[in-house]
Design a protein around this ligand. Sequence first.
Ligand SMILES: Cc1cc2nc3c(=O)[nH]c(=O)nc-3n(C[C@H](O)[C@H](O)[C@H](O)COP(=O)(O)OP(=O)(O)OC[C@H]3O[C@@H](n4cnc5c(N)ncnc54)[C@H](O)[C@@H]3O)c2cc1C
Length: 398
Amino acid sequence: MSSEELPPRESMEFDVVIVGAGPSGLSAAIRLKELNAELNIVVVEKGSEVGAHILSGAVIDPVGLDKLVPDWRQDADCPLKTQVKTDKFFWMTGGSAIPLPAFIMPPLMNNHHCYIGSLGQLCRWLAGKAEALGVEIYPGFAATEVLYDEKGAVRGIATGDMGIAKDGSHKASFTRGMELCGKYTLFAEGARGSLTKQLVAKFSLDANSQPPKFGIGLKEVWQIDPAKHQKGLIQHSFGWPLDNSMGGGSFLYHYDDNLVAVGFVVHLNYQDPYLSPFDEFQRFKTHPAIRTLFEGGKRLAYGARAITEGGYQSVPRLSFAGGALIGCAAGAERGNNLFGRQHAATHRIMHALDARHIDKARGAADQRAARKAQARHRLVATLGDGARAIGKPLAALE
Ligand SMILES: Cc1cc2nc3c(=O)[nH]c(=O)nc-3n(C[C@H](O)[C@H](O)[C@H](O)COP(=O)(O)OP(=O)(O)OC[C@H]3O[C@@H](n4cnc5c(N)ncnc54)[C@H](O)[C@@H]3O)c2cc1C
C-alpha cells in the first residue's frame, strides 16, 4: 500500500502538544496547567512507560523542583530520598586516585544541596502529578512526523503507524498513527531528537550557532555490599582510563538502600577510531580504587545514551512558528565540564517553567523584578533565548 492509499489519520485537538515525557516535557506540562488549568495538554512518550528511556541516575539539583512542586520533600512518594553528604573529586592515574580539594573547584561543582536518585523514577512521579492536574500522557507512542499548516507553521505532530513488518509490509494489526494538533507544540525529545533535527534544518535554527557537540553516557545501577555503602557519597573523576587527548570522566553515586549508580561519559570528539567508550567504562571499574566496591555486588540495570555538551555557543534559536524546543532538545548542556550534567535536568525544567515569569516581568513596571529574573537565568546558559521563545507564545494561549 503506498502512502497515498493509506487511510486518513484520526486527529485530536489540544492547546499544547508536548513531545517527550522526560523532566522537561513533564515539568512544562505541570507548569502550564498550574498557570492555566483550562489548557488541554497532551504529552506523547515513545518509551513503553514514562521513565523507560531515562537513564540518568542522577545527582539532581532541586532548584527547579522547588519551584515546580514546593512541598516535594514532604511527599512520601517522591523518589528523591538521599541528600548528598560527601562530594569527592579524583584525578585518576593507572594505579592511583588522587583526591582534589574542594576549594579549588568552582561553585558549580558544589553538590551539597543536591539529591541523589533515579531520574526515571522522578519522571514517573512527575507524570502522576501531571495527570492529577489533567494532563493526558500517552506512553508507547513516538511522534514520528511534524505537521505544518498551509503557512508553514507547526500545527502538531503525528504518531507513527503501528503493525508494520520488518520488510515494510503491513501486518493484520496495522493501525494508522494519530494526528495530535496543538496551538503550540513543545519538543522535549532530549539530546539529538529526530524531530528536533528536522525542525533545526527546516527553520535554520542553527544559522547563528556553532555545531552541537555530544558525548555518550554509560551507566549501571548496582546493589552493593551494605558494609561498603556510604549513603550520600558522590564522586567524580577524570583521567585514566582516558588519555589527555580525550574528554570525559566517571561518576559514582551512593544512594537509597545500598544502591550505587556508576557511569562514564566520553566526549564524542575523540580521534582514536578504535576507542570503545563501553570498554573504557568497564576498564574504569577495574581500577584498584574502584574495583573492590563492586565485589560481591549485583548489577541491576544498565544503559547508554547521548548527552548534549555543546555549551552556549551551540544553542540554536529555540522558537519557530507554532512551537519551541525545550530541555536537552534545546542542545545546551553545560558540557565543558562533567558536572554540567547534574544541573541540566533542573535547568531545563526552569527553562520551561520560568518562561512565563520572565515574560511577565518584562511587561511589568517593576524592572527590578525583571532584572532579578534575568540574573537567575544567566545561570542557565540557554535560558535567555528560551524565555523569549516560549514566554510570548505561551502567554498568548491564556
Ligand atoms: C549517563 C548520563 C548521566 C546523567 N547524569 C545526570 C545527573 O547526574 N544529573 C542531571 O541532572 N542530569 C544528568 N544527565 C542529564 C539528564 O539526563 C538530562 O539533562 C535530562 O534527562 C534532560 O531532560 P529532557 O526532558 O530534556 O530529555 P530526556 O530526559 O532525554 O527525555 C526525553 C524524553 O522524550 C522521549 N522522546 C524522545 N523523542 C521522542 C519522540 N519523537 N516521540 C515521543 N517521545 C520521544 C524520550 O523517550 C524521553 O523519555 C545524565 C545523562 C546521562 C546520559
